[in-house]
Design a binder for this molecule. Structure first.
Ligand SMILES: Cc1cc2nc3c(=O)[nH]c(=O)nc-3n(C[C@H](O)[C@H](O)[C@H](O)COP(=O)(O)OP(=O)(O)OC[C@H]3O[C@@H](n4cnc5c(N)ncnc54)[C@H](O)[C@@H]3O)c2cc1C
Length: 480
């Protein structure tokens, strides 16, 4: 392909879609390359059997864990990336969560909350983020939880869902881990790419997996484009990496090795390190009565004694909750239990340890590796243990016996941190503007950059970071 672009973006999830929107909107010639295809609109993305039981839409990529065992991470390769499947809980990080906290192994951001604030606002507007009224079953549970003296308090959880979604029960009960057919969830494709898709200066190519970057023959610190798996080449002045925290570091590792920059760039040693994905558990609280709330995921529960943790209801109805009940329980009984259950998602910020990392498939290795061990993060592990214990006790106290299940390594929904942002090129990979230290024109706009992942879900912060990087690129260009 001969055309030359101002900016080439690799990946169309939260970061890629936000950067594409911002740069196309101001007239830059943008090429977005996405490995996956557009999802079907035939209803199959709401089909519980296909989506949950068969895992039909998940990536089938094999990875190795730190012990060399294979597993398939919960990744999605499609236009819009994981945002098509996300639970749409879009919350800001707190100002203090941009600062270092050594006792919890948390790295500092190179920018403050204030610097990201205008982009949080922009993202919230673009994605129409708003609150929903808590439904009766949740109100009853949370009412009892918050007045039993154990320190739990509730605040509204802001969602990127259409206000009328409750008039479409099939969608309202299936937005968390499903892709909307009627466009009732604001995801990267729907809320950002579709706004600019008619512009002649934006080209989106799906089914185009980027294999590697092309170096300037005179100077490997400068990229001149990328090469796709099928050998096709694409040229641009700048490349924005947005393939997600499991995939972006592999592309960069490969490039640094091939060009010999691994030995010359101080940041090379940090590439792929500091993987984080929150310590996560699902809790099912059982009652004697049927639970009929539709959305469920409308409140966030916090506790001052557990400052790095939060709890949100799972947006799962009875049928879905029954899929979380172990297979040895007869299915009819599991369904009956599911319809009387309320699900919760417990998350604790996992700090950073350089040994928790993504290792690209180099040196003839069969698969890439995700070497992650929560034992390297003792403070986070201990807080998560207390979170699960205290929440189960609080539920029992209000008459809801509960069962908890830890989310395993394959639960990469919140993957982040593998191309961490920071000022020091020896310990971080990108600078405060998202540019890779030591490279002229490679930027990172996905969840890989997050130095801290906070106690809430990451997408709003990834959208905001990408909007900020894109705007600063634009300013830099205007001032030349
Ligand atoms: C079931 C589920 C529920 C979730 N719920 C929430 C929630 O409620 N709130 C929240 O904030 N977050 C939630 N998340 C997490 C959220 O979806 C991610 O944090 C976010 O999508 C990450 O954005 P990203 O841009 O880093 O990567 P992604 O969204 O993963 O996008 C990366 C894109 O790059 C593409 N790609 C990969 N490799 C290549 C390549 N070589 N060439 C070209 N393209 C490539 C992929 O196909 C993908 O489209 C959830 C995730 C899941 C799976």
């Amino acid at each position: 392909m001969n055309e030359h672009y101002d900016v080439l973006i690799v990946g169309s999830g939260a970061g890629g879609s936000a950067a594409a929107y911002s740069l196309a909107h101001v007239g830059r010639r943008v090429l977005l390359l996405e490995k996956g295809r557009e999802l079907p609109r035939d209803g199959s993305t709401l089909d519980v059997d296909k989506v949950i039981r068969q895992g039909f839409f998940k990536s089938k990529e094999h990875w190795l864990d730190r012990n060399g065992q294979t597993f398939e991470p919960e990744e999605y390769f499609n236009l819009g990336g994981k945002t098509k499947w996300y639970g749409a809980a879009l919350a800001r990080f707190e100002p203090h969560e941009f600062e270092a906290e050594p006792a919890h192994q948390c790295l500092p951001w190179p920018i403050s909350y204030r610097e990201l604030e205008p982009y949080y606002e922009q993202a919230e507007t673009l994605l129409n983020v708003h609150q929903f009224k808590p439904e009766p079953d949740l109100q009853a549970i949370v009412g009892k939880l918050t007045c039993n003296g154990a320190g739990w308090n509730a605040r509204p959880l802001t969602l990127a869902l259409d206000s009328n979604i409750v008039e479409h029960p099939e969608e309202a009960a299936h937005f968390d881990a499903f892709a909307s057919v009627k466009n009732l969830k604001a995801d990267g494709q729907r809320a950002l790419l579709e706004r600019v898709q008619q512009l002649p200066n934006l080209t989106v190519l799906t089914g185009q997996a980027v294999r590697d970057f092309i170096a300037d023959p005179e100077r490997p610190e400068r990229l001149i484009g990328v090469r796709a798996e099928d050998g096709g080449e694409f040229r641009a002045d700048r490349v924005l990496l947005a393939a997600g925290a499991l995939h972006s570091p592999r592309l960069l590792q490969g490039y640094l090795e091939i060009t010999g920059l691994t030995d010359r760039l101080p940041c090379a040693n940090a590439v792929g390190r500091n993987y984080k994905s929150h310590l996560l558990s699902a809790v099912l609280a059982f009652s004697a009565t049927l639970k009929t709330d539709l959305l469920r995921k409308t409140l966030l529960l916090l506790n001052d004694r557990l400052p790095h943790s939060s709890i949100q209801p799972l947006g799962f109805d009875g049928e879905l909750l029954s899929t979380l009940i172990p297979g040895f329980v007869p299915r009819g009984f599991a369904r009956a239990l599911g319809h009387r259950a309320y699900g919760f998602f417990l998350q604790t910020e996992d700090g950073s340890d350089p040994a928790n990392r993504v290792v690209a498939q180099t040196n003839g290795a069969r698969y890439p590796q995700l070497d992650y061990d929560p034992a390297r993060l003792p403070a986070a592990r201990e807080e998560h243990r207390r979170l699960v214990r205290d929440f189960n006790r609080a539920l029992l106290k209000i008459g809801l016996p509960a069962a908890a299940k830890g989310i395993p390594l394959a639960g990469t929904a919140h993957a982040c941190g593998t191309l961490v942002a920071g000022h020091d090129p020896r310990t971080s990979v990108v600078d405060a503007d998202g540019k890779v230290h030591g490279l002229d024109n490679l930027y990172v706009v996905d969840g890989s950059v997050l130095p801290r992942s906070s106690r809430v879900n990451p997408s709003l912060t990834i959208y905001a970071w990408a909007l900020r990087v894109a705007e600063r690129l634009q300013q830099r260009r205007s001032s030349v």
